[in-house]
Design a protein around this ligand. Structure first.
Ligand code: GLV
Ligand code: MN
Ligand code: MN
Length: 424
């Protein structure tokens, strides 16, 4: 008999977690979610999900970077677990789906299996990883990157937010500085497979009428923080020829990124200046300092390197022309990560078996699955989003049925791996 999850219950769980950190968006009047990593709201969200894990009979553990694992025993506990995960932290202007679908979807699967008294050969672990978004401490996928060895625990602990608060203290403050070593599955084993169901966060699946995205991989991500130092000056009295305007330098960099994309020399490059903070930020003062962030994405590693190199060269041009100094700090950097072909094939086959339309798709956003792919077979299932797939925004919306279809496929694929024997 084919088991199916309860879409209504899943949607209610998303709404319920979405109450934590809820706020009313000033510009749209819509309700959004602000559960920035390691804030009080994140702590409350974590406790809410841990309570549900315990109510489902899962054995809960927390590692030293605050990743949380809920384990359902398998009939053969010597075998490595199937891990279903994602994140529950959010950007400060989020909807209720990003990350939470993968975590609550995993718990919905556990509840479905419990109700059906369906045992699995391998354990199933539902995990949520610390600070996937990276908005507070400057680097994304922090918990999963520590769990899989890309970032050292001590380096992660030292990361600071804008108020100078550090990760380790904030983990302790919200009660999630765990005691087991960071690990991808909450135990000594590597995952047998890692599976993540997530909203697409883009327009492609919805426009094509597809139900399921079989994610082929995640494109390369490069984040830099630039500090531009010019000369503070009076806006009325300082001749234009004598200025070293950090704001003009910042604007040139932003526009240059657009020119780089228009040149077609960098493949499918995407570039965003999301932060441009002018100091002192007053109407009649030439800004003497600017903090600016650059987010580059590219499915092709060679094109990404070329874009980074050419941007660095342009910064030297701006320094000369505008008489400013620019310091660049790389805050996050990940290459293109392809997902396991066998996992992709199983997702496509299980979607087809349920009569769902599916298509291969490259992820535009970063995800914990790309970190887990370093240590285990990994794959992702995308579900479509309404409103052109808008995300990181209160308008983010995937319908109950869109979510349920994704988690049904997650269930099928998880069972196919969880019933497998073989080497651990
Ligand atoms: C994560 O949400 C990202 O910025 O890709
Ligand atoms: Mn996400
Ligand atoms: Mn996100």
């Amino acid at each position: 008999m084919t088991l199916s999850i309860d879409g209504e219950r899943l949607y209610a769980a998303l709404a319920s977690l979405g109450q934590i950190g809820a706020y009313v968006d000033e510009t749209t009047g819509l309700r959004g979610v602000d559960r920035l990593a390691l804030t009080d709201a994140d702590g409350e969200g974590r406790r809410h999900v841990v309570a549900r894990m315990k109510a489902l009979g899962l054995d809960v553990s927390v590692d030293r970077i605050g990743n949380v694992f809920g384990r359902r025993a398998g009939t053969d506990e010597r075998l490595a677990p199937v891990v279903l995960g994602s994140h529950i932290d959010s950007v400060p202007t989020a909807g209720v789906f990003d990350g939470c679908l993968g975590v609550l979807g995993g718990l919905e699967i556990v509840e479905t299996l419990n109700q059906a008294r369906r045992a699995t050969r391998r354990p199933i672990v539902v995990a949520f990883f610390t600070d996937e978004e990276g908005c507070r401490f400057g680097t994304d996928m922090l918990g999963s990157a520590v769990a899989t060895g890309r970032i050292a625990l001590e380096d992660a602990y030292r990361l600071r937010d804008a108020d100078g608060l550090v990760v380790r203290d904030e983990l302790a403050r919200i009660g999630f500085l765990g005691d087991i070593p960071p690990s991808p599955a909450g135990c000594r084993d590597r995952p047998h497979v890692y599976l993540e169901c997530h909203i697409e966060q883009g327009p492609i699946l919805r426009a094509a009428g597809d139900d399921i995205g079989v994610v082929t991989g995640v494109q390369s991500i490069s984040w830099q923080e630039l500090t531009i130092a010019g000369t503070y000056a009076h806006a009325g009295t300082t001749p234009m020829s004598l200025r070293a305007d950090a704001g003009v330098a910042a604007s040139r960099i932003n526009l240059h990124l657009r020119d780089m994309i228009a040149s077609d020399r960098y493949g499918a490059l995407r570039a965003t200046v999301g932060v441009m903070t002018l100091h002192p930020g007053l109407v009649n003062i030439v800004p003497g300092r600017v903090r600016l962030t650059v987010d580059l994405r590219n499915p092709d590693d060679a094109s990404m390197h070329r874009a980074e190199d050419d941007l660095a060269a342009f910064l030297r041009v701006v320094e000369r022309d505008e008489r400013v100094t620019i310091t660049a700090r790389q805050t996050a950097r990940t290459p293109h990560v392809p997902f396991d072909r066998e996992v992709q094939a199983r997702i496509a086959a299980r979607a087809a078996a349920r009569g769902l339309r599916h298509a291969a798709i490259m992820s535009g956003a970063g995800h914990d699955a790309q970190e887990l792919a370093r240590v285990a077979r990994a794959g992702m299932i995308f579900v479509p989003g309404e409103h052109d797939g808008i995300s990181h925004n209160p308008r983010e919306l995937s319908t109950r049925d869109q979510c349920a279809r994704g988690v049904d496929v997650l269930l099928d694929v998880a069972l196919s791996f969880a019933d497998e024997g073989g080497t651990p």
